[in-house]
Design a protein around this ligand. Structure first.
Ligand code: ZN
Ligand code: ZN
Length: 187
C-alpha cells in the first residue's frame, strides 16, 4: 500500500461534495469498479466520516499530536477493517477490505490506514487545513520540509495575489503622501 497516496485520497474525500451520490461517483472517477457500486447509503456513511475526520486535520494543523492520535485511534476502533495482501499488479501490497466490503467500508479503511501510517512515519503535523480563507479544505503535507500551508496551487496563488495587491496599495498610498509633501514644498 502506498500510504501517502491513500492519505492524500483521504484528504480529497474530506473535501469532496458528497451531498449526492453523483459527488461520490465523481470522486471515484478513476476507480470504475468502486464507482459502479457506490450507493446513497455509502454516501451517507462517508458524509459521517467527513464529519468525524475533520477535527483530526484541525488538530494536526495546530500541531496537537495527542489529539490527532486520540482521534485516529477512536476512528480505527469504530471502523474495524480487513487488510489483505494482494498481488494483482505484480507486486505484493496491502489492500483494505474484501470483495464483500461496501464502498464506504473500503474508502473508510483506506483513509484511516493511510492517515495512521502517515502520522506514524512522518508525524501528526502532516495533516493540515488550508490557510487561504475562505477555503477550509483539508490536506496532507508530504513535502520534504513540512512547509505546506494551502490545499492547492490555486489557493497558494490567491494568497500571493492578495499580498501583492496589498503591497501595491501601500506603495500607491506612499506615493500620494510623497506627492503631497512635494506640492507643499513647491507651493
Ligand atoms: Zn492494489
Ligand atoms: Zn484551499
Amino acid at each position: 500500500m502506498d500510504f501517502i497516496r491513500y492519505a492524500e485520497a483521504a484528504a480529497a474525500l474530506l473535501n469532496a461534495d458528497l451531498a449526492e451520490v453523483d459527488g461520490l461517483a465523481a470522486y471515484l472517477d478513476d476507480r470504475p469498479r468502486l464507482r459502479e457500486r457506490a450507493s446513497d447509503r455509502d454516501c451517507m456513511l462517508l458524509r459521517k466520516l467527513q464529519r468525524e475526520l475533520r477535527p483530526v486535520f484541525e488538530d494536526g494543523e495546530v500541531g496537537d499530536v495527542a489529539a490527532v492520535v486520540d482521534g485516529l485511534n477512536g476512528l480505527l476502533a469504530r471502523h474495524p477493517m480487513v487488510p489483505q495482501i494482494s498481488d494483482h499488479d505484480a507486486r505484493l501490497h496491502l489492500h483494505v477490505g474484501t470483495g464483500s466490503s461496501s464502498v464506504a467500508e473500503q474508502l473508510t479503511g483506506e483513509s484511516l490506514l493511510g492517515l495512521s501510517t502517515l502520522v506514524c512515519d512522518l508525524g501528526a503535523d502532516r495533516l493540515g487545513v488550508c490557510q487561504s480563507a475562505p477555503c477550509t479544505n483539508a490536506f496532507v503535507d508530504a513535502s520534504p520540509n513540512r512547509s505546506r500551508r494551502y490545499c492547492s496551487d490555486r489557493c497558494a496563488s490567491r494568497v500571493n495575489v492578495a499580498a501583492y495587491r496589498a503591497r501595491r496599495r501601500a506603495a500607491v498610498v506612499d506615493a500620494v503622501v510623497d506627492t503631497g509633501h512635494a506640492e507643499s514644498y513647491t507651493g
